[in-house]
Write a protein that binds this ligand. Sequence first.
Ligand code: KG4
Ligand code: ZN
Length: 358
Amino acid sequence: MRILGIESSCDETAAAIVEDGCRLLSNVVHSQIDIHAEYGGVIPEIAARSHIEVVNPVIERALTEADCTWDDIDAIAVTYAPGLVGSLLVGTLAARTLAILHDKPIYKIHHVEGHIYANFITSQEHSTLKLPQQPPRFPMLALAVSGKHSELVYFRGHGDFDLLGETQDDAIGEAFDKVAKILGLPYPGGPEISRAAVAGDPKKYELPISHLANPYDFSFSGLKTAVLRAVQHEVGVDYRFPSYKLAERLSERQKADFAASFQYIAVKTLVNATKRAFRELSPASVVIAGGVAANGELREQLRQALPLDVEYAPIQLCTDNAAMIATLGYYYAQVKSSDNPYDIEVVPSLTLAGASWA
Ligand code: KG4
Ligand code: ZN
């Protein structure tokens, strides 16, 4: 069964074809990072307009690269939640129109659940990604960490999961992006922080680790403010000094030390919760998903903390893509009836708890 996945929830327009929920036939991602980098973050109106310009060519390319025509496609899967409303509308409208035009079943997919399913891609046709050999086993503990999400989820099986905890304020990727801005590093900040941190001392600045009533919930907003206060202290100014001018006063050494100290504590927060859940629930596998899953420090700290190998998709499938959407679409198609293409609506702020296999 071949599924065409379509993803446009934020600043990537993506289409991909996945066979039988595991075999990658094509994976096309058009990133808008260059456009948004100029503004230091995603501008929703510009994102939506850019999706409109490229969505059709991106879908066409996904078909061509997979050597498929519409006759080879069994169903369409599309991200409908969560994300930027204008961005989600472009992808879902394209998917709905194509489903009607080509008479294909359509499945609406929750973006975060999709991220987790990137780990189920184990073979490929026209690419040379470093993929896991086998799909994760159930029960599975999943840490979903991206620019907008930080969630710890326990899966008993497909569609049967408990949301153990989630961020109460900023997402982890958002914290990376905001701290990068304080340090004068470009958007997106995650990869920049991890690059800068290589030369830094993770113990140089003592930063706080949050403790919440639910040990599986996260909070990163206080950590971001703690970095801001520590930078102000280091350069000898107070809160009245414009934060966008702070970076000019930091040396490369100080930037590296702040990047390393922040990354160490941010990652430790995630790892502590994952370790605790692992001890309590004894899952058969642990997966990490989302853009922040590309972070080397997270991979290393998890390797040290857990007695089993943590599974993760290659970086190209950790950041936003449509292959993960097509993969989850396959599992939906096994158990669910398809959605009505005439009444799929976008839900910009739906949490993972709202994703339904019913
Ligand atoms: O999953 P994703 O592509 O988009 C969302 O659904 O949000 O994640 C993007 C986020 C950004 O915040 C980016 O800074 C972060 O993932 N990110 C990283 C790394 N690569 C991307 N964060 C830390 N370390 C990385 N290597
Ligand atoms: Zn994402």
